[in-house]
Ligand binder design. Structure first.
Ligand code: MRU
Length: 367
C-alpha cells in the first residue's frame, strides 16, 4: 500500500552533493517551512530546538548529522577524537528518546569497519540513508499490524465509527513517513474503515493540536482536537474504543516513556477497560533497561514553554503569558507508563505483551 496523500518530514535531495532537507516543525501548523541541514552543528541544533522532533525522526537526523561530522572532519589528523566528540554531543542533544544513541552507535560501528577516509564517508552516508529507509519500513509494518486491531474493533462495532485517542504527535512528522501510532490509523482510513481520532492537544508544545491535527487534516482523516484532560471523560462515556501512542524509550520489560500525560491516559484507559497500545519500533527499545520509572532519563525543558502559550494571531506569531509573574514552574517533557497498563506493544515484527518474554519472542536475537 502506498502512502499516497502523505509526505515526509525529512528527505534527501540533490545539489552537486546529496542534501538533507527537512520540515522545520516549529512553524507548523501555520506555515510550511523547509530547511537544509548542511553542517553537523545544524543537525544538533535542529534536534535541540525541536525543529525536528519525535523519537524516530531525531534518530534519523542524528545519523545524517554524524555523516556531516565525518565529511567535516575528513582531513583532520584527530579524526577519531572529533567523531567521538560529535557522537557525544549528538547523544546529549535530547535525553529521553533512545533513538539518538541507537542511531549514533550504529554510525560509529560502521565507521570502525574501515581506516580509509573516503570509504568512511561513503559508509556513513549509506548507513544514514539505510537508517532512514528502515525506519520508514518499520512504521509501515507497525501500521499493518495495528490495522488488524482496528479492523477487529470495526467488526465488533458492525461498521460503526472506531474512535481512537492519541497523545502528542507520533505521526509521519515524528518518523519521516507513516508515523508509528498514526500508521495503523492511516492504513485503516485508506482501507475505508470508519474512524475518528481524538487528538490530545499536548501542552505545553501542542504537538497534538499543531502537528497531529495538521497531519490528519491533510489526509482528510476525521478528527477532533481535545484538551489534554478530556480523555478520561470521553472514555467514561463510551467515546473511545482504543488508545494508541508512540514511545521515546521502551525498556526490555515493556515500560514505555512517552510525552508527558501519556501515563494519565493509560490509567484512565485501564479504569474504563479500554485497550491501550504503544506503537514501538525496535529503534526505540532500550534493551539495557528494565524499570522505566527509575531508569529512563526524563527531559526537563524550559519554564517558558509553560509560562507562555504560543500561537498565531491574524497571521502573526504571538506568545502570551498565562502564569502570574513569580509563580514557580516545572516542565517535565515525558512520563513513563508502566508495562502493567499497556495492552500490547505494536512493533515492526508484530504485536506482543509489554513484558520481557513478549518482546523476546519477537526479538529472539536479544536473548
Ligand atoms: O518532545 P517530542 O515532540 O519529541 O515528543 C515526541 C513524542 O513523545 C512522541 O510520542 C514519541 O517520540 C514517539 S514518535 C513516533
Amino acid at each position: 500500500m502506498k502512502q499516497e496523500t502523505l509526505t515526509r518530514a525529512l528527505w534527501l535531495t540533490e545539489d552537486t552533493e546529496p542534501v538533507v532537507r527537512m520540515i522545520d516543525q516549529r512553524f507548523l501548523p501555520h506555515r510550511l517551512v523547509t530547511r537544509d541541514l548542511k553542517t553537523f552543528q545544524e543537525a544538533v541544533e535542529a534536534v535541540t530546538t525541536m525543529a525536528v522532533r519525535g523519537a524516530p525522526l531525531i534518530g534519523v537526523t542524528a545519523a545524517f548529522g554524524m555523516w556531516l561530522a565525518v565529511l567535516e572532519s575528513a582531513q583532520a589528523e584527530d579524526f577519531e577524537e572529533k567523531i567521538g566528540q560529535a557522537a557525544l554531543q549528538m547523544k546529549q542533544s535530547r535525553p529521553t528518546a533512545v533513538n539518538l544513541a541507537w542511531a549514533v552507535d550504529r554510525m560509529l560501528a560502521v565507521l570502525k569497519q574501515t581506516e580509509d577516509r573516503e570509504k568512511k564517508q561513503q559508509a556513513a552516508f549509506e548507513t544514514a540513508r539505510a537508517v532512514m529507509e528502515e525506519e520508514i519500513e518499520c512504521c509501515r509494518k507497525i501500521g499493518e499490524y495495528g490495522l488488524a486491531l482496528i479492523e477487529e474493533i470495526a467488526r465488533r462495532k458492525q461498521g460503526k465509527t472506531v474512535n481512537i485517542l492519541t497523545h502528542c504527535n507520533a505521526g509521519w512528522l515524528a518518523c519521516v513517513a507513516w508515523g508509528t501510532a498514526t500508521s495503523p490509523i492511516y492504513q485503516a482510513f485508506q482501507k475505508g474503515i470508519e474512524i475518528h481520532v481524538w487528538v490530545d492537544e499536548t501542552r505545553p508544545r501542542n504537538q497534538g493540536a499543531g502537528l497531529t491535527a495538521w497531519e490528519l487534516l491533510q489526509a482528510k482523516v476525521p478528527h477532533t482536537v481535545i484538551v489534554d484532560n478530556a480523555g478520561g471523560h470521553l472514555m467514561q462515556h463510551g467515546q473511545v474504543d482504543m488508545v494508541i501512542t508512540g514511545t521515546d524509550r521502551t525498556t526490555a520489560c515493556g515500560d514505555a516513556a512517552n510525552k508527558i500525560g501519556t501515563y494519565l491516559k493509560a490509567l484512565a484507559a485501564r479504569d474504563n477497560q479500554i485497550p491501550f497500545y504503544i506503537a514501538a519500533p525496535s529503534s526505540s527499545i532500550d534493551w539495557s533497561l528494565s524499570d522505566g520509572v527509575d531508569e529512563i532519563p526524563i527531559e526537563e525543558r524550559s519554564a517558558d514553554e509553560v509560562i507562555y502559550v504560543e500561537g498565531d494571531y491574524r497571521g502573526e506569531r504571538l506568545a502570551v503569558r498565562v502564569t502570574p509573574e513569580g509563580s514557580p514552574v516545572s516542565n517535565y517533557g515525558f512520563d513513563v507508563t508502566p508495562a502493567r497498563l499497556i495492552t500490547g506493544l505494536i512493533t515492526e515484527r508484530g504485536i506482543c505483551p509489554a513484558t520481557r518474554e513478549g518482546l523476546l519472542r519477537l526479538f529472539p536475537e536479544r536473548k
